[in-house]
Write a protein that binds this ligand. Structure first.
Ligand code: DGY
Length: 322
């Protein structure tokens, strides 16, 4: 029997591209350019397996583009860019890559938190522009972390991993907002305070880090009202999805000085960055680097591949989301 035809919509780290090519009839996107909606739709008629990433919008029109694809094995944990209802309705399985990017993403949340708190972006820009006039006691003063409260919005794998770094590494107090209380052992380990109400958490936190998945339920969760519930002089960190934050309201909260700073890795319409943020010194802006380590991106490819292999062998899919 012929090997299933697989499309990787973007370049993957070499070892996992090679592994996919050895096992399947795999087509690579040699130029690594984002595919158009029309190209993605026609791929549904040409490939048994589609392996998209967060940069592909797999909407109902794409899914209706052909009937050959049987599984969409997403390279990434978040799958808000895939219309899972449309996939389900046409009996296409959808999988993701949970677990393997937890540490890398938590590391990046801490990177943003530290950069925002210690004004690292501002300092680097100043130095590179030749504007640094030398050490002085009042130069670019930021905020300490020890004893400050980090509020996690959602307390799943990545939220907990971020809390561990902040608590054990930097002496921060931990608070969280979630649908239900965390496992007792985790709550005890982190001495974590549960807030059943989002605004209650925001009002109690010096730093807020977002870890909710992107969805219609979390769209603009951090809106003007939520931002004004945050403590004056606090910081917002987002490594989750851009759509969770109202960026016009965030820019206003930073401009007015209500928030001392923010650190963002994700945006609502990537690769566009809300223009109102670009001129603000107090926001750190990274280009969606949460999982960007060689080890993690390879592990994500392996995880996506393990789902494709399970499908090809007729086994249960380890990371099925639809
Ligand atoms: C994901 O996996 O959802 C990230 O946003 C990309 O690594």
């Amino acid at each position: 029997m012929a090997a299933p035809r697989v499309l990787l919509t973007r370049r993957w780290p070499q070892p996992v591209e090679r592994a996919m090519q050895e096992r399947f009839d795999t087509v690579l996107n040699e130029g690594d350019r984002p595919l158009s909606q029309a190209e993605l739709a026609s791929a549904m008629g040409e490939f048994d397996v589609l392996c998209p990433t967060v940069s592909d919008r797999i909407d109902a029109a794409v899914i209706a583009g052909g009937t050959r694809t049987k599984i969409i094995a997403n390279y990434g944990v978040g799958f808000d860019h895939i219309d899972v209802h449309a996939a389900k309705a046409t009996a296409i399985a959808v999988t993701n890559t949970p677990g393997v990017l937890t540490d890398a993403t938590a590391d990046l949340a801490m990177t943003l938190l530290l950069m925002a708190a210690r004004r690292a972006g501002e300092g680097e820009r100043e130095l590179r522009a030749g504007q640094w006039s030398g050490w002085r006691p009042t130069h670019l003063l930021g905020s300490s972390l020890k004893g400050k409260t980090l509020g996690l919005v959602a307390f799943g794998r990545i939220g907990i991993a971020t809390a561990r770094r902040a608590h054990h590494g930097f002496g921060m107090k931990i608070a969280y907002y979630a649908r239900r209380e965390a496992d007792e052992a985790v709550a005890r380990e982190l001495d974590a305070t549960f807030h059943p109400d989002l605004h209650g958490l925001l009002a109690a936190s010096d730093f807020v880090s977002l870890h909710v998945p992107g969805s219609s339920e979390t769209a603009n969760l951090i809106d003007a009202a939520a931002l004004s519930a945050m403590k004056p002089g606090s910081y917002l960190i987002n490594t989750a999805r851009g759509g969770v934050v109202d960026h016009a309201a965030l820019a206003e909260a930073l401009r007015s000085g209500h928030l001392a700073g923010a650190g963002l890795d994700v945006y609502p319409a990537e690769p566009q960055v809300p223009p109102e943020l670009l001129g603000l010194e107090s926001v750190v802006l990274l280009p969606h680097l949460g999982s960007a380590t060689a080890e993690t991106r390879t592990a994500m490819g392996e995880k996506a591949m393990s789902n494709v292999v399970a499908w090809a062998e007729g086994r249960d899919l380890p990371d099925r989301v639809a």
